[in-house]
Design a protein around this ligand. Structure first.
Ligand SMILES: O=C(O)CCC(=O)C(=O)O
Length: 497
C-alpha cells in the first residue's frame, strides 16, 4: 500500500536536503503543492527531515489531476471516508482495474454521462488511458494531440465542441493506489541513484577481431565509442529535418501509424506512464534517404540473415521517443544479437545475462510471453533496489549520442530514454550465433516464438537451406567447433587449462 509518506512526501525531503554543491534544477510548481498539504502531523515533518533519499517530480508534471491520494493516506486522515467507495455504490467491491476494464467497453459520450453520476465516477471516467484507447481506436494515428487524451478525443470527434473552458475538478478524499501510482509513474523523474551505476566495458577504436574475441564470442555487452562518427545522421537528424524528409510518410508508433509532425506534437506535450514509442522496421523502405545517412558499424557487418533477401525477418528500426519512453524487459527476437546507436538524446540501459531472470519479470514457461510492470519507472521504483542483492548484478550504462551498445543474444534488457531520443537499432546473425538462431527457429513452438515475419514455422528450413547454398559446409564446421569447445570445457572446467 502506498502512502504519501513513503512516496510523495519524499519530494519535499529531497528539496530540503539539497546538496549545496549540486544545485537542484527541478522545482515544484504551485499547482503541485496541494497534494502534499494533508501532512499536518509534526511527526511527518521530522521523518521527512531524516530521510535523505528522494523522488522528484518532473518540472512540468501536472498536479495529480483529480486529487487522487494513495490509499495509505486514508488511514492517516482520521475520520475521512473514501469517496472512491461511496460514489461507486455496489460496484465498490470491484478492484480499480476491473472498474476501468468495464469502463473500457463504453464510448466517449457514455463516459461523459457516467462522469456526472458521482465524484467517484468522475475520477474513474476521466482516467486518461481510457481516452487514449478511444483516440487510438477511433482516430488511429490521425489525431492532433491537445494536451490530454480526453481533449484530443473531444477535439477529434466533435470538432465544433469548444472545451477550452472545461474544468478539471479536484475530488476530496478519493484514495486509490492504482490511480495514484499511474499518475506517479507518469510524473516522476528518474532518481539519481537509478542512473549512477555504470559498469559496462567501454571501448574505442578496437579491431573487429578484438570485438569478436572479447565480446561477441563470449556473448558479453560492450559500449562502443567513436564508431559512428562518420554518420551523416549524427549531424543532420533532428525533429525539423526528419519532419521535412519524411513528409507525409507514416511510421509505426504503438498500435497506430503516425506522421512525424503529429508524433512530435504528441511527444512534446505528453506525460504518461507508457508514452507511445515510434519504432518502425520499414523506415529505410519508406524514406530511403534515411538509410543513406547511417551505415552498419564495422563490427556488425556479417549478417547471415541477409541470405534470405526480402524474406528475412524485420531487422532494422528507427526508434524515436520522449523522455520516459522506452522498452521494458525483453530478450531480442529469434535469438539474434543487436546493436543500438543513439543519434540524439541518451538512454539508460539495464542488462541481465541469459541465465538470470530480472526481478519483477515473469516469462511464461515456453518463453512466448513475459509479464512485467507496465511502466518502466514502476520497475525502477519497485524492483531496481532488489538488483543490489541479486544473484548476478546487471550491467548498466547510459548510452549517449554517438555511442553504440552491443546487446548479445539472450540477454534481458530494459531501456528508458532520459531525454527525447532518436536511435537506430539492428538485429543480426553472425557465425558466432548462427547455431543459436537455427536452434531457436526449430523449437516446437516456433509458431509463437518466431517474430518479425509471416512464415514463422518454415523460417528454420528456409534459413538453413539458404545458408547451405551460400556458404556450403559452414553449419557443419560450426557444429564441429562447438562440440570441440564443449569437450574442452568438460576436460578443463572454467578455463583451467
Ligand atoms: O528503446 C530502445 O532503444 C531499445 C530497443 C530494444 O531494446 C530493442 O530493439 O530490442
Amino acid at each position: 500500500m502506498l502512502t504519501s509518506r513513503n512516496l510523495l512526501s519524499q519530494t519535499i525531503r529531497k528539496k530540503r536536503h539539497k546538496k549545496p554543491k549540486k544545485p537542484k534544477t527541478k522545482t515544484r510548481n504551485k499547482k503541485q503543492e496541494p497534494i502534499y498539504k494533508n501532512q499536518e502531523d509534526p511527526i511527518e515533518k521530522e521523518e521527512l527531515e531524516e530521510d535523505t533519499e528522494g523522488f522528484n517530480l518532473k518540472t512540468s508534471a501536472p498536479s495529480n489531476t483529480h486529487g487522487v491520494q494513495p490509499l495509505g493516506n486514508l488511514y492517516l486522515n482520521l475520520g475521512s471516508i473514501n469517496s472512491r467507495n461511496t460514489g461507486l455504490g455496489n460496484l465498490q467491491i470491484l478492484t480499480d482495474e476491473l472498474v476501468l476494464d468495464i469502463l473500457g467497453f463504453v464510448d466517449g459520450s457514455q463516459l461523459g454521462v457516467l462522469a456526472t453520476v458521482s465524484k467517484s465516477f468522475y475520477v474513474f471516467t476521466n482516467h486518461e488511458p481510457l481516452w487514449r484507447n478511444l483516440v487510438l481506436d477511433k482516430l488511429n494515428g490521425e489525431f492532433l494531440f491537445n494536451g490530454s487524451w480526453k481533449s484530443t478525443y473531444i477535439g477529434g470527434i466533435y470538432p465544433s465542441f469548444d472545451c477550452s473552458g472545461c474544468s478539471c475538478l479536484k475530488v476530496r478524499d478519493f484514495y486509490s493506489d492504482y490511480l495514484f501510482q499511474s499518475w506517479l509513474c507518469a510524473s516522476l523523474e528518474m532518481k539519481p541513484e537509478w542512473l549512477e551505476r555504470d559498469n559496462i566495458v567501454r571501448k574505442k577504436g578496437i579491431s573487429v577481431e578484438e570485438f569478436v574475441m572479447n565480446f561477441e564470442e563470449p556473448n558479453k555487452p560492450v559500449l562502443l565509442e567513436g564508431c559512428i562518427d562518420n554518420w551523416a545522421a549524427l549531424q543532420k537528424w533532428d525533429k525539423d529535418y526528419l519532419v521535412k524528409v519524411c513528409s507525409d510518410m507514416k511510421f509505426a508508433a504503438g498500435p497506430v501509424e503516425m506522421r512525424l509532425q503529429g508524433y512530435f506534437r504528441y511527444s512534446d506535450q505528453v506525460m504518461e506512464e507508457r508514452p507511445l514509442y515510434l519504432f518502425d522496421p520499414k523506415f529505410v523502405e519508406k524514406v530511403p534517404v534515411l538509410g543513406s545517412e547511417y551505415e552498419v558499424p564495422v563490427y556488425f557487418r556479417e549478417d547471415l540473415f541477409s541470405v534470405l533477401g526480402n524474406e528475412r525477418p524485420d531487422y532494422r528500426w528507427i526508434i524515436i521517443g520522449p523522455a520516459g519512453s522506452g522498452s521494458s524487459f525483453h530478450i531480442d527476437p529469434n535469438s539474434t544479437s543487436a546493436w543500438n546507436a543513439v543519434v540524439k538524446g541518451s538512454k539508460k540501459w539495464v542488462l541481465f545475462p541469459p541465465d538470470v531472470i530480472p526481478p519483477g519479470v515473469h516469462p511464461s514457461p515456453d518463453g512466448a510471453e513475459v509479464a512485467c510492470p507496465v511502466s518502466i519507472i514502476e520497475w525502477f521504483m519497485n524492483f531496481y533496489g532488489a538488483t543490489k542483492n541479486w544473484k548476478k548484478r546487471p550491467i548498466e550504462c547510459i548510452c549517449k549520442a554517438g555511442e553504440v551498445i552491443f546487446v548479445p543474444n539472450g540477454w534481458w534488457h530494459l531501456v528508458i530514454n532520459l531525454e527525447e531520443s532518436i536511435a537506430i537499432t539492428q538485429n543480426y546473425v553472425s557465425r558466432r550465433n548462427l547455431l543459436n538462431v537455427l536452434h531457436f527457429l526449430k523449437r516446437p513452438n516456433a509458431g509463437e516464438l518466431v517474430s518479425g515475419t509471416q512464415d514463422r514455422v518454415n523460417l528454420h528450413d528456409k534459413f538453413e537451406n539458404a545458408i547451405e547454398c551460400t556458404f556450403p559446409g559452414t553449419i557443419n564446421q560450426l557444429v564441429q567447433k562447438a562440440e570441440e569447445k564443449k569437450a574442452q570445457e568438460k576436460n578443463h572446467p572454467s578455463g583451467t587449462q
